[in-house]
Design a protein. Structure first.
Length: 64
């Protein structure tokens, strides 16, 4: 019966929330420590924390 279960299914898997781009981000150690603190505090991933920070503050980009 090997191979009779599993495999890809239409509609299965995590749904995308946007476009993925791989980047390298250099920040001061204090920033990384704060990001890590937020991750531990709410059981979030680094991506979730950074996404939230960016989305919440993107409107301020016009001020740069």
């Amino acid at each position: 019966m090997a191979g009779s279960r599993g495999g890809s299914r239409k509609g299965a898997g995590r749904k995308p929330i946007g476009t993925t781009r791989k980047i390298s981000l250099t920040l001061p150690q204090e920033c990384w420590e704060e990001i890590d603190r937020y991750c531990r505090k709410g059981d979030y991933s680094v991506s979730e924390v950074l996404r939230s920070i960016i989305e919440d503050n993107l409107h301020n980009a016009d001020l740069l």
